[in-house]
Write a protein that binds this ligand. Structure first.
Ligand SMILES: CC(C)(COP(=O)(O)OP(=O)(O)OC[C@H]1O[C@@H](n2cnc3c(N)ncnc32)[C@H](O)[C@@H]1OP(=O)(O)O)[C@@H](O)C(=O)NCCC(=O)NCCS
Length: 153
């Protein structure tokens, strides 16, 4: 992820199922040494387009997924899977062996994807999102198990 990608990233990040992130929030991530920020680029009509992004931290043997999204017209093509795998690889390279993330109860697409990676709900935060009073699910994964799940599909 680079500053040049910001316009495309902000339009993808404005998806209604996400808590909106501002340009300042992404800029802050780009300055943190433990924050990792990747984009998925797709070549379409001879030009490169940002199709999705992922933002995560690696701290103390654990990744924390903070944001992931794919532009609506590029969904169900395995792009988020590739981004998630890139995160697991980077986390394992840095010695991490577990990961956590948070997802809205109603976000079936994201939940299904995380479950595919072996993520399991560990905590339910009741009425966590102020605007909808929806529950947040905290999910966790052991990285090796996550990769094994995928390899057996
Ligand atoms: C969730 C999201 C990132 C998935 O991106 P994607 O590139 O379409 O995902 P993939 O094609 O890699 O799909 C991976 C798996 O996720 C699940 N999945 C993805 N979209 C789904 C949907 N609409 N309904 C049910 N399951 C879905 C499936 O298990 C899928 O595997 P399959 O295609 O083999 O069945 C995308 O829908 C998105 O950007 N949503 C808005 C932002 C968001 O909710 N981010 C997560 C915040 S916690």
């Amino acid at each position: 992820m680079k500053m040049d990608d910001m316009k495309e990233i902000l339009s993808i990040a404005s998806d209604p199922s996400l808590t909106p992130w501002t340009e300042n929030m992404f800029m802050r991530e780009l300055q943190l040494s433990f924050s990792h920020n990747l984009v998925a680029v797709v070549k379409e009509n001879q030009s490169d387009q940002v199709a999705g992004f992922i933002t995560f931290w690696i701290i103390a043997n654990e990744f924390q997924l903070h944001n992931i999204a794919v532009r609506w017209n590029f969904r169900r093509k395995g792009i988020a899977t590739r981004l998630f795998l890139a995160m697991i690889q980077e986390a394992m390279d840095q010695g991490a062996y577990t990961g956590t993330l948070e997802v809205r109860n109603s976000n079936e697409a994201a939940r299904k994807m995380y479950e595919k990676f072996g993520c399991r709900v560990t905590t339910v935060r009741s009425s966590y999102y102020s605007e909808t009073k929806e529950n947040a699910l905290i999910m966790a994964v052991k990285l090796k198990e996550g990769l094994e799940v995928l390899h057996h599909e």
